[in-house]
Design a binder for this molecule. Structure first.
Ligand SMILES: NC(=O)C1=CN([C@@H]2O[C@H](COP(=O)(O)OP(=O)(O)OC[C@H]3O[C@@H](n4cnc5c(N)ncnc54)[C@H](OP(=O)(O)O)[C@@H]3O)[C@@H](O)[C@H]2O)C=CC1
Ligand SMILES: O=C(O)C1=N[C@H](C(=O)O)C[C@H](O)C1
Length: 246
């Protein structure tokens, strides 16, 4: 196993989790000045975990896939265009190479997104609110973007009408980011690690789904599951829900 972004907040947690797992061996740690594919080759790593930064992640993953290394991607910022390029590369890659892109490793967050997807078609209005620590470089969070995309897809396939909104004038950003028609509001707050709410409204009722991660150890079980499974999942898998069977 090699961890890319090993010196970061998530990278340190991942190294600790792998080192505590009796069936896994951490053979290399990569940072911003390393070539992860070359390090993986030298150390004989079969699986890599990428926990770097959104601007570097697609290049890091492409290099590892070209070297025949299976990759678990936890870094945020993977939009449909980047996923499409990765899918195309995997079609040409050494047979059986697998990549699992996981917007959120926390089991509760995966379930919250699933619940939101199931509920989305039954509500007139749906909006997403996410809050993160102020050191986070991207907004909205990868989890929030994925949640909004899945909500939008569920509403499209059920033929749900667009949410009503009479706003005709607004200060820039007041209605949040528009992700496929779903407003997403991002807070960056000291005192918060990672939280997300999905608000669903009908006339006369409100359903609120909320998840909060208060410690990065929440991500360890999902991360270890993805590491153990990635080699048996050739091609591209997006979302831990496919590994959890939920
Ligand atoms: N999927 C999930 O469940 C979760 C995902 N994340 C995501 O993981 C990513 C990392 O988060 P976090 O640990 O908080 O961030 P940090 O800023 O703490 O760590 C990022 C690390 O990446 C390194 N890095 C920067 N550029 C490169 C590069 N070009 N190649 C290799 N490594 C590089 C940094 O090195 P340096 O120190 O030298 O800058 C740093 O060690 C984010 O995208 C975040 O959203 C976070 C939590 C959960
Ligand atoms: O940067 C973080 O901290 C997190 N990033 C991921 C994201 O962008 O969704 C996952 C989690 O929300 C924590």
């Amino acid at each position: 196993m090699i961890v890319v972004g090993a010196g970061g907040k998530m990278g340190r947690m991942a190294c600790d989790a792998v080192e505590s797992a009796p069936d896994l061996q951490l053979v290399a740690r990569a940072g911003r000045s390393d070539d992860p594919a070359a390090l993986a080759r030298e150390a004989g790593a079969q699986v890599a975990v990428d926990l770097s930064v959104p601007s570097a992640s697609p290049g890091v993953v492409a290099g590892l896939v070209a070297a025949g290394v299976h990759v678990v991607v936890g870094t945020s910022g993977w939009d449909e265009a980047a996923l499409g390029r990765l899918r195309a590369q995997l079609d040409e890659a050494p047979a059986g190479t697998g990549v699992v892109v996981v917007p959120n490793f926390a089991i509760g967050a995966v379930l919250m997104v699933r619940f939101a997807e199931a509920a989305a078609r039954w509500f007139t209005s749906v909006e997403v609110i996410e809050a993160h620590h102020p050191a986070k470089v991207d907004a909205p969070s990868g989890t929030a973007v994925r949640t909004a995309e899945l909500i939008a897809a569920a509403r499209r396939s059920a033929g749900t009408a667009s949410a009503p909104d009479a706003t005709t004038s607004a200060v820039d950003g007041a209605r949040g980011a528009d992700v496929e028609g779903v407003p997403v509001h991002s807070l960056r707050m000291a005192g918060v690690m990672a939280a997300q709410e999905v608000w669903l409204g009908n006339h006369g009722e409100m359903l609120t789904l909320r998840h909060e991660a208060t410690d990065r150890t929440a991500y360890a079980p999902g991360l270890l599951l993805a590491v153990r499974e990635v080699a048996s999942r050739p091609g591209l898998t997006v979302g831990l829900e496919h590994l959890l069977g939920v």
